[in-house]
Design a protein around this ligand. Structure first.
Ligand code: COA
Length: 328
């Protein structure tokens, strides 16, 4: 059993941070950032909470799906940058939408979040216990967790949200979700709250960075190595389950981390770059929101058409990865 994507929607904050803007507070330049990452600008949420962006994107997805909020049975919000430890972003978005009949929870699989959440949604629909419409919303405010003194990481990320309303169908579908926790320490941000008597760097060595609480840390080289392998592997594992080849895929929609990662993976896959939807130049890496932002943009531009086969491929902190192949 597959899913039908009834409607998608996106929301990004207005404020832009260009590569040149970074030169005002770190030692960098537009040329380095563009050639090493492909990014030219990204959005910054400022006053807008993560849930606010998620609710805006969700409202657009509902409108395009032609579904009223009361018809939503479940809201899954994927986020690694929630506004609250509790309640979930999904519950706050439910309140904003008036989706009074929905169950609601958050899912954190970092940048693979949307792929994980969409696959979880499909499995809920598959049980046949009455759920018909599920809202999957990815919302992220990376800017609140960035270390703006670390030029190797702060230039990569941006904020935004995107959502999809899905229902069950018998369209083509395959997925494979995976994780390699042995690399968990390569991309992380500690919780804001730890027991005040514990000094993480001296009292308890858990193998993670002792970087200031709740700032993002990454080992760029390790993550790069992982990402270039995880991207083709995720596709191949999902494709093998249904015996589909890369040539039958109309659009690859990968997590938008770095253009060099996408180009290297495309080479490994033997697929032309023209088949890859790329939005990282104007949004940067928006974690779980990046795949649905690219999906929605491809649909809005008329590139992605009904009946086409899509490969959504996520990878990120965890280290999580996963692929979904589906007919749009
Ligand atoms: N501007 C200018 N110079 C910078 C810089 C910046 N923003 N960031 C790093 N540099 C410098 C480094 O300090 C280093 O200088 P040195 O040689 O004097 O020590 C030099 O550039 C090369 O750094 P390096 O880390 O080797 O660059 P890189 O080619 O590996 O690119 C990343 C760095 C972060 C772009 C790359 O490792 C990457 O994309 N990793 C994956 C990150 C990712 O995708 N994360 C999210 C996954 S979901």
């Amino acid at each position: 059993m597959g899913i039908e994507i009834l409607g998608t929607g996106s929301y990004v904050p207005e404020q832009k941070l260009t590569n040149d803007d970074f030169t005002k507070f770190i030692d960098t330049n537009d040329e380095w950032i563009r050639t090493r990452t492909g990014i030219t600008e990204r959005r910054m949420a400022g006053w807008e909470p993560t849930w606010y962006m998620g609710a805006k994107a969700s409202a657009q997805a509902l409108e395009r799906a032609g579904i009223s909020a009361e018809k939503i049975d479940l809201i899954i919000s994927c986020t690694a940058t929630a506004d609250f430890h509790t309640p979930s972003m999904a519950s706050v978005i439910q309140r904003e939408l008036g989706a009074v009949n929905a169950a609601a929870f958050d899912l954190n699989a970092a940048c693979s979040g949307f792929v994980y959440a969409l696959d979880v949604a499909r499995r809920f629909l598959q049980t046949g216990d009455g759920m018909e419409h599920i809202l999957v919303v990815a919302n992220e405010s990376l800017s609140r967790f960035l270390d703006f003194e670390d030029r190797g990481s702060c230039i990569l990320f941006g904020d935004g949200a995107s959502a999809a309303v899905v229902t069950k169908s018998d369209k083509l579908y395959s997925s494979h979700l995976a994780s390699d926790g042995t690399g968990a320490q390569y991309l992380c941000a500690r919780s804001l709250q730890v027991a005040p008597e514990v000094k993480v760097e001296t009292d308890f060595n858990d193998g993670f960075t002792d970087k200031p609480l709740h700032k993002l840390y990454q080992d760029g080289k390790e993550v790069y190595k992982f990402a270039t392998k995880a991207l083709p592997k995720s596709f191949e594992l999902a494709a093998a389950k249904i015996g589909i080849t890369k040539d039958e895929i109309d659009w690859f929609i990968p997590h938008q981390a770095n253009i060099r990662i996408i180009e290297t993976a495309a080479k490994h896959l033997g697929a032309p770059m023209e088949k890859f939807i790329v939005t990282l130049d104007h949004y940067g890496n928006t974690s779980s929101a990046s795949i649905p932002l690219a999906l929605n943009e491809g649909i809005e531009k008329g590139l992605i058409k009904r009946g086409q086969k899509l490969a959504l491929i996520g990878f990120g902190a965890g280290l999580t990865y996963g692929g979904i192949i589906l007919e749009y």
